[in-house]
Design a protein around this ligand. Structure first.
Ligand code: NAI
Ligand code: MG
Length: 362
């Protein structure tokens, strides 16, 4: 059966880098006999301009009906003056919320050809390939009570509460353990159980689940502050890291810079399998719409292309095709082609479409 894909290019460089994925899809259909049923729609500033809202309910319904969503990026400075309810960025927030996408997967992989692009020493990052799994719909960003209160003396206090339930912890830990089975088989669970009750429960639940169902995976635990330090000191000690919303936000941004380039990094956000057996899933590069370079044809399409490779692997279990794409990217980089963001001395500087074409050819 045709694989149903909803493609949402969005704003800025979104449509430019998405076009390069289109070439790969065509190649897969022609050369590998795969069949995709693709629907494309507007989100973000592009949707605001056409329909007056960042995302229509109709698009959310299409996302629910699709096997997977491939997202570009949203954000357009022309809408900076409008109120929060009309920000282009609401499109992605609403999609995550409506599809209950609770597990954000962010790989940080260093390509051999780009070892020098990292801000860390080559011998620290060479061969790095880790995956951070961040819980995204619970924790301190959403817990109650929250708010700003005025105290009797007229001063104020701001309140956020970290809340995690057994089932919230278990479902994200399950994603991490399942991933580890397809990788090097190691999970490091990160919290601050030394000072937080929610961290204590986190550790307990992960430990229990591991004992019950995942004894073949190697589980370790680490305090979040130590993990930040270890990620810089010796990142290759990790395989899969699983953590809550707040720590995951910080640690995944930190880890992304180990690779040195925003334009290279994909991500996936997964929900819970529904009654129909379908797992809602959205794939997107971690970068935004890059308004500063939009329309110039110089954006790096690799993060978007690798997001599509993740989609093939996780939503369709097309491991071989995912690998083909990742190898093609690696080989093209080794051949010396570079977009501006990853340019270094002696390399050949190319634009978005030359990079995309080279990857398809490879
Ligand atoms: P950004 O990621 O768009 O850009 C940061 C810097 O990296 C810019 O100098 C940009 O030119 C460069 N860059 C990013 N992706 C690149 C690529 N593929 N190739 C070459 N260079 C690249 O982040 P920024 O500037 O903070 O945000 C711009 C807009 O994007 C804002 O409206 C923001 O809200 C939105 N945004 C949207 C996201 C999403 O759709 N999930 C995520 C992050 C930001
Ligand atoms: Mg962030």
């Amino acid at each position: 059966p045709a694989k149903k894909l909803l493609v949402l290019p969005g704003d800025g460089i979104g449509p430019e880098v998405m076009r390069e994925v289109g070439r790969i899809i065509t190649w897969l259909e022609e050369k590998r006999g795969l069949s995709f049923e693709i629907t494309e729609d507007l989100v973000g500033g592009a949707s605001l301009a056409e329909y007056g809202e960042p995302i229509r309910d109709e698009v959310i319904e299409k996302a629910r009906a699709a096997d997977a969503v491939l997202f570009g990026s949203v954000g357009d400075p022309r809408w900076n003056h409008v109120g929060f309810e009309k920000r282009p960025e609401l499109a992605i927030l609403k999609l995550r919320q409506e599809l209950a996408l609770f597990a954000n997967l962010r790989p940080a992989k260093v390509f051999d050809a780009l070892v020098d692009a990292s801000t860390l020493k080559p011998d620290v990052v060479r061969g790095l390939d880790i995956m951070i799994v961040r819980e995204t719909v619970g924790g301190i960003y959403f817990g109650n009570p929250r708010g700003i209160e005025t105290l009797p003396d007229g001063s104020k206090r701001g309140i956020n509460t970290e809340v995690y339930t057994t089932s919230e912890i278990e479902r994200v830990a399950r994603v991490a353990f399942d991933l580890a089975r397809k990788r090097s088989g190691r999970v490091c669970s990160v919290e601050k159980c030394n000072v937080m009750e929610s961290g204590l429960l986190w550790k307990e639940v992960v430990t229990d689940l591991h004992a019950r169902e995942y004894q073949d995976v190697e589980l370790s635990h680490m305090l979040a502050d130590n993990c930040a330090m270890q990620l810089v000191r010796n990142p290759r000690q990790f395989d899969v890291i699983v953590t809550g919303n707040l720590f995951g936000d910080l640690l995944s941004d930190l880890a992304s810079m180990l690779t040195g380039s925003l334009g290279m990094l994909p991500s996936a956000t997964l929900g819970a399998p529904g009654a129909n057996g379908k797992t809602p899933a959205l794939y997107e590069p971690i970068h935004g719409s890059a308004p500063d370079i939009a329309g110039q044809g110089i954006a790096n399409p690799i993060a978007q292309i690798l997001s599509f490779a993740m989609l093939l692997r996780y939503s369709f279990d097309l491991q071989e095709e995912g690998q083909l794409i990742e190898d093609a990217v690696s080989n093209v980089l080794a051949s010396g082609l570079r977009t501006a963001d990853i340019m270094s001395e002696g390399m050949a500087r190319v634009g978005t479409s030359v990079m995309g074409e080279a990857i398809v050819r490879e």
